[in-house]
Write a protein that binds this ligand. Structure first.
Ligand code: TRP
Length: 439
C-alpha cells in the first residue's frame, strides 16, 4: 500500500475530480440553486469556490503528500495531539457513505427501470414504492457497494484512477447531449435564464443563500473529510498542487452548471417549480422523460451518467476508510477493502429502511436518513475543515504548508495564508453555527 501512486498528474486530477463530481453536482446543485434564487446563488457559489474551496483543497493535498498517511496519522504527524481532526474525517466519510450507497442504489434501480422500458406508474408513485419497500433499497445499495468494492480492491492507479479516466469523460459527453435536449424543450430556455440571469432577490435572503452555497462548496469539492488527504498521500512530489487545485474546482463547477442547465430547463418547461426540492431528479425529471419522445432512452442515459458520478465519489469515501484500516491494522488492500465495504453496506441498511419500515424512528425530530446527513454535512464536515485550517494556518511550522504545496507567487502565498488563517475559519464557523441554530 505504501508504494501505491497515481500514474500521472492527469490521472490524479481525474480521480480527484471524480471524487468531487458526484450526486452533489447532479442531484443537489440544481435543486439547491433552484431553492436559493438561481443565478444569484451561482455567483456567490463561484466566489466561495475560489475563496474557500481552493485554499482548502491545497491544504488537504499538501498534508496528504507531506505525511503519506491516512487522515488520522497525517494530522498526528503535523501536530501530535491533533489525530482527532483526522478522526472527524474518517467518521464523516463513513456517515456520508451510509447514505451515498443508498442513493447510488436508487440510481441503479432507476437506470434498470429505464433500460426495461421506463416507469410503469406515475413518477411520484414509483419513487414512493421504491424508497418505501423493505428489501429493494437494501439490495440495490449492497449492489452499489459491491461495484465500488471491485474498483477499490484493484488499488490506486489500477482501480480508482483507471475507472475515473473512463467515467469522467463519458459523463461529460452524456451531459452535453442531455443538456442540448433540455435546452431545446419548448420553454426550456426559461429555465436556463432563471439559472444564468440574476433576478432581484430579497436582501434578507442573502445570508441563508450564502450559508447554503458554502455548505455546497464543501460537499461538492469533497472537503473536510480527509478524502484529499488520502488522495494526496499517493501524489508524486513532482506533481503541481496549485495547478490541481485550479483544475479540480473548474471541472466540478462545469459539471454542476451542465447539470443545472439540463435539469432546470426540463423542470421549467413542464411547469414544475424550481424550488421542487430533493425530488427534482427522481420525480420531476421522470415526469419529463415520460412525455418527451425518446424519453426512455434519455432517462436511461441520464441515470447512467449519475451512476458514473456516484461511483467515482463513493470510491473516494471508501478509500479514506481503506487507507486507515490498512495502516492501523497492517492489513493488505484486499482485506481492508472488504472490511471497509462491509462496514459501508451494513451502515446503509438502517438508512435504506428510514423511508419505509423505520420511518417512525425519529431522533431530534429527524428520521435516520436526515440524521446521518445532519451529522456528516452539518457537524463533521465543518469541524474537519476547521481542523485543517488550524493545522495549516497555525500548527504546522511556519510556511510549511506553502512550501509543500509549492505556491510560488507572492500574491498566491499571501492569499492562501490569509484564507487558511482568517477568512476560511471565520466563514466555516458561521456556517456551523447557523446550521446548528436552524436545527
Ligand atoms: N463530492 C461528492 C459529491 O459532490 C461527495 C463526496 C465524496 C464527499 N467524497 C466526499 C463529500 C468527502 C464530502 C467529503 O457528490
Amino acid at each position: 500500500m505504501k508504494q501505491e501512486k497515481w500514474s500521472s498528474q492527469f490521472g490524479f486530477v481525474m480521480a480527484a475530480a471524480g471524487s468531487a463530481v458526484g450526486l452533489g453536482n447532479i442531484w443537489k446543485f440544481p435543486y439547491i440553486a433552484g431553492q436559493n434564487g438561481g443565478a444569484v446563488f451561482i455567483i456567490i457559489y463561484v466566489v466561495l469556490l475560489a475563496a474557500l474551496g481552493v485554499p482548502l483543497l491545497i491544504s488537504e493535498m499538501a498534508i496528504g503528500r507531506s505525511t503519506r498517511s491516512n487522515p488520522i496519522g497525517a494530522c498526528r504527524k503535523i501536530s501530535k495531539k491533533c489525530g482527532f481532526i483526522g478522526l472527524f474525517g474518517i467518521l464523516g466519510a463513513f456517515f456520508i457513505l451510509s447514505y451515498y450507497c443508498v442513493m447510488g442504489g436508487l440510481i441503479i434501480r432507476y437506470f434498470l427501470q429505464y433500460l426495461m422500458g421506463g416507469l410503469d406508474t406515475g413518477a411520484e408513485e414509483f419513487y414512493t414504492s421504491v424508497t418505501q419497500s423493505t428489501s429493494e433499497p437494501i439490495i440495490y445499495s449492497v449492489i452499489f457497494t459491491l461495484i465500488c468494492a471491485v474498483i477499490v480492491v484493484r488499488g490506486i492507479s489500477g482501480g480508482i484512477e483507471k475507472i475515473s479516466r473512463i467515467f469522467m469523460p463519458a459523463l461529460i459527453i452524456l451531459m452535453i447531449i442531455l443538456m442540448i435536449r433540455g435546452l431545446t424543450l419548448s420553454g426550456g430556455t426559461e429555465g436556463a435564464k432563471f439559472f444564468l440571469v440574476p433576478q432581484k432577490i430579497d436582501l434578507k435572503e442573502l445570508p441563508s443563500i450564502t450559508v447554503s452555497a458554502m455548505g455546497q462548496v464543501f460537499f461538492s469539492l469533497s472537503l473536510g473529510m480527509g478524502t484529499l488527504i488520502t488522495y494526496g498521500a499517493y501524489l508524486d512530489k513532482s506533481a503541481s498542487i496549485p495547478k490541481a487545485a485550479v483544475y479540480i474546482p473548474l471541472i466540478d463547477l462545469a459539471v454542476a452548471l451542465l447539470a443545472g442547465l439540463t435539469v432546470l430547463p426540463a423542470v421549467f418547461s413542464y411547469g414544475i417549480e424550481p424550488s421542487a426540492g430533493s425530488g427534482m431528479i427522481f420525480i420531476a425529471l421522470p415526469r419529463v422523460f415520460g412525455e418527451i419522445s425518446g424519453g426512455v432512452l434519455f432517462g436511461a442515459a441520464f441515470f447512467l451518467l449519475v451512476f458514473f458520478a456516484a461511483v467515482t465519489s463513493a470510491i473516494s469515501l471508501i478509500e479514506v476508510i481503506v487507507s486507515y484500516i490498512s495502516q492501523r491494522f497492517s492489513l493488505g488492500r484486499g482485506a481492508s477493502s472488504a472490511a471497509a465495504c462491509t462496514l459501508a453496506a451494513a451502515a446503509s441498511i438502517p438508512v435504506s429502511l428510514s423511508f419505509g419500515r423505520l420511518s417512525d424512528i425519529k431522533i431530534f425530530g429527524m428520521n435516520i436518513y436526515d440524521l446521518v446527513n445532519f451529522i456528516s454535512d452539518a457537524i463533521l464536515m465543518p469541524l474537519g475543515a476547521l481542523g485543517i485550517c488550524l493545522l495549516c494556518g497555525y500548527l504546522w511550522g511556519k510556511g510549511k504548508a506553502v512550501q509543500e504545496a509549492g505556491i510560488k507567487s507572492r500574491t498566491g502565498r499571501f492569499l492562501y495564508t490569509a484564507s487558511v488563517k482568517y477568512t476560511a475559519p471565520i466563514m466555516i464557523t458561521v456556517i456551523f453555527l447557523t446550521a446548528l441554530f436552524n436545527m
